[in-house]
Design a protein around this ligand. Sequence first.
Ligand SMILES: [Zn+2]
Length: 454
Amino acid sequence: MATTEKTCDLLIRNALVLTLDAGDRIVANGTVAVSGDRIVSVGPPDDSRVRWLPGRTLDARGNILMPGLVNTHNHSPLMIVRGMVEDRGFAPAYLQGVPQGDALGYEEALALARLGVYEAVASGATTIVDYYLHPGALAEAAAEIGVRAVLCGRIMDTTSARLAAGHTRHDPAVGAAMLAESLDLITRWSGRADGRLRCDLAPHAPDTCGPETLARVAAEADRLGCLVHTHLCQSRREVDHVRERDGRSPVETLAAAGLLHDRLIAAHCIHMTAADVREAGAAAIAVAHAPVGNLASGRTAPILDLAASGARISLCTDTKSGDMFEAMRAAIATARVRGAEYEPKALDVLRWATTGGASVLRLGDRIGCIEPGRKADLILLDRNHPNLSPVIDGVGIVVHSGRGSNVDTVIVDGRVLIEGGRATAFDGDGIVAEAQVVAEKLWARHGTQPVTLQ
Ligand SMILES: [Zn+2]
């Protein structure tokens, strides 16, 4: 048979390829060719029909090549609260004395966003959802680092200072201003960074947005045809407040506002009644499952019930860390705590973290698995790490024992961002150092003297 010579920009050789394609094909000693931002070939080692002439060859040395992970819910500047709020219960947005939200200036948000995005990417995420105040800073950080990102401004019609003080009084004018900022973000940033960035709408939660603001967001989302990201049934406090205010559950309030549909991605979904689960499932909402964050507050979500009812499941770290491997394991453990003895299995949660996330973000035809025509969003796990041994079925060890710190190489759109575990496309050490300085100042300003300054 004649051999054809073909050029490509990047050739990854000697990889154990977990394709996550429709047949969940695994290729030992596989060769993946990338041209521009696309995968052009996924082949066995002994394909004598093709001789590749690559711009660059990356010898994977038997390491595990898999699709980049899709982390569907984060607030990167909230890295500032890490290690400081977990013992205080519940979400930082509702806590006093925490430097967050309105307390952050643009440059501070940017420094913290860079840290959050860097960690997510270094831990193997090639696509993230990120939303918070100063959404322009999130977009800037994502563009600089080179990740694929879905970005939103955080819309609520109260302020974090008011919320932390226990006031839930709604001011639709505040919500309208935040919605306007979100629409401006879409105009300025959607489609930027060679199409890696997209912007959607994100009303914070049914308790922090009144019915008027939720309805306005629904109308704009319908007009734009965009996705809507939110927190749903995250706490008893949210459920009680909405019940008192609207005489409904948070799920029913979203339905009444016109937001319970298949373009909704709802994080948490913990405190749901059986009727809520049925209604959310019937609407085919997507869930950004945050098992680690849920566990941190001592809760688990009825994920398998939601899936059985028709909801689509994806996984996220919700800024608790960037480690989607930890999230995959926690998703298995928390489902089993709720009574599903042997479900979900490793491959199920790996799909949630890859093809599932891609699909709920409506990127399912572009990312999520390794096959020709897809975007070259790839990660390599270093099998020299003892926790990644033995590799027998290829999937079990990755899910049940893998860690973000096993990620050696991260490629987005065919561009190598991390190699040998180090940032190569941006200044990783600089990001960590700058975030520390910013965080120290912010905590000090809020009455907590960092040990590093004593
Ligand atoms: Zn969140």
